[in-house]
Design a protein around this ligand. Structure first.
Ligand code: KG4
Ligand code: ZN
Length: 358
C-alpha cells in the first residue's frame, strides 16, 4: 500500500472514531473569494479562533474582485493566519482532529489555494480532510451563533453570489424552496452602489447611507417570478440603474441617501415576503438567515419583527459571521464528519458547486 493509501485508511479509522465519540476539534479554511480565513472550532458549535484577512481594500482599487490577485493574496495570507488562529485558540497543531476546507462554489484559483494548503496540512498532520460547500458553511454560521438552534428550520441565504430559501430538514440535509432566477441579492446591492459612486463592495456602505434616507422617495418596480418563493433581482437592478441614468440626463440631481433607502427597501421587502411565505407554507417554527447580505440592517430588523409577528422564532447571526469566515466552515465540516463524510487527497476545487441535495 502506498503512503497515500495508508494515509487514507488511517484517516477513515480516525474519522470513524471521532464520529463514535461525537467530538472533534476542527481547523477550517476559507478562501473562495476575497477573504482568507482560518478558524478553530470545537464540536461544530464553539468558536475557539476566527482569524481572517480581507482583501477588500486591494480589490476596491479595481471596482471588483480580480481573481488572479485574489489567489496570490490567499497564498501570502494563509500561513500567518494559521499561526494567528492557533495562538487565539491556545492550541497546537497536535490537538487538531481534522481539517475542513471550502472546495466550492467560488473562484477556481482562490479555492485551489485553500484546498491544496488544507490537503498538505491534513496529510502532514495525518488527520482526516473534510470538503465543505461554502453555502452550507453560511447556513452553519447559525450553529455557532445560536447554541440552541437545531433543524428543522427555514433559512434565507443571501450572499454576493447566491440567494436561496432552504428548508434545513436535518444536519446537512436541505430542500430548496426558492432561489434567485438571475442575480444574487448581494450582486444587486454592489451594482446599484456603483451607480451611486459607492466603492466596492457597495452593499455595506449603501446600507449605511440608506439609514439616513427616506425609503418612499423613489418608486421601483416589483419584479415577478414564476416560482412562488423565487426571487429576481436583475429586473429591479436594471430599472434602478436606468432611473438613475435618466434622472442625470434630465439634469435632476439624485438624492443618494433616499435612492439607497428606496432600493434597499425594495430588495428587503422582496427577500422577507418570499422567505415568510415559504416558512408559513412549510409550517416552519424557526427561521434563520445567512450570507453577507444578512449583515444588512434593514433585512435583520424586518426579518426579526415580521418573523416574530408571524409566530416564528428568528435566528440572526452577528454580522461578522454573516460575511465570509472560516468558523462557519468549521461548523459545517463537523456535521459532515459526523455523517461519515471525509474527502480524499484527490479533493478538487469545484467553482460551480451546487448546494448539497439541491
Ligand atoms: O457572503 P459574502 O461575504 O460573500 C459571498 O459568499 O458572496 O457576501 C458578500 C456580499 C457582497 O455582495 C456585499 O455587498 C454584501 O454581501 N453585503 C451587504 C452588506 N454587507 C455585505 N449587502 C447589503 N447590506 C450589507 N450590510
Ligand atoms: Zn460567502
Amino acid at each position: 500500500m502506498g503512503n497515500r493509501d495508508s494515509y487514507q485508511a488511517r484517516c477513515r479509522a480516525k474519522a470513524e472514531d471521532l464520529r463514535r465519540r461525537g467530538e472533534a476539534l476542527i481547523l477550517s479554511v476559507e478562501s473562495s473569494c476575497d477573504e482568507t480565513a482560518v478558524a478553530v472550532v470545537r464540536n461544530g458549535r464553539e468558536q475557539l479562533a476566527n482569524a481572517i484577512a480581507s482583501q477588500i481594500d486591494t480589490h476596491a482599487l479595481y471596482g471588483g474582485v480580480v481573481p488572479e490577485i485574489a489567489s496570490r493574496m490567499h497564498v501570502e495570507a494563509i500561513d500567518p493566519l494559521l499561526e494567528a488562529a492557533l495562538a487565539e485558540a491556545h492550541v497546537t497543531l497536535d490537538a487538531i482532529d481534522a481539517v475542513g476546507v471550502t472546495y466550492g462554489p467560488g473562484l477556481v484559483g482562490a479555492l485551489l489555494t485553500g484546498v491544496s494548503w488544507a490537503k498538505a496540512l491534513a496529510y502532514a498532520m495525518d488527520v482526516p480532510l473534510i470538503g465543505v460547500n461554502h453555502i452550507e458553511g453560511h447556513v452553519s454560521a447559525n450553529y455557532i451563533a445560536h447554541p440552541d438552534l437545531e433543524p428543522p428550520f427555514v433559512c434565507l441565504v443571501a450572499s454576493g453570489g447566491h440567494s436561496h430559501i432552504l428548508n434545513v430538514t436535518r444536519y446537512g440535509e436541505y430542500e430548496l424552496l426558492g432561489q434567485t432566477t438571475d442575480d444574487a441579492a448581494g450582486e444587486a446591492f454592489d451594482k446599484v452602489a456603483r451607480v451611486l459612486d459607492i466603492p466596492y463592495p457597495g452593499g455595506p456602505l449603501l446600507d449605511r447611507l440608506a439609514d439616513a434616507g427616506d425609503d418612499h422617495a423613489y418608486k421601483f418596480p416589483h419584479p415577478h417570478t414564476q416560482g412562488k418563493y423565487d426571487f429576481s433581482f436583475s429586473g429591479l437592478k436594471t430599472a434602478v440603474i436606468n432611473q438613475a441614468h435618466n434622472l442625470r440626463q434630465q439634469g435632476v440631481e439624485i438624492d443618494a441617501k433616499n435612492f439607497a433607502a428606496s432600493f434597499r427597501r425594495s430588495v428587503v421587502d422582496l427577500l422577507v415576503d418570499k422567505t415568510l411565505a415559504a416558512a408559513r407554507d412549510t409550517g416552519a417554527k424557526r427561521l434563520a438567515v445567512a450570507g453577507g447580505v444578512a449583515a444588512n440592517s434593514l433585512l435583520r430588523s424586518e426579518l426579526q419583527g415580521r418573523g416574530e409577528r408571524a409566530g416564528l422564532k428568528v435566528f440572526i447571526p452577528p454580522k461578522n459571521l454573516c460575511t465570509d469566515n472560516a468558523v462557519m466552515i468549521g461548523s459545517a465540516a463537523f456535521y459532515r464528519l459526523m455523517a461519515g463524510e471525509t474527502a480524499g487527497l484527490d479533493l478538487n476545487a469545484v467553482p460551480a458547486l451546487r448546494m448539497i441535495g439541491v
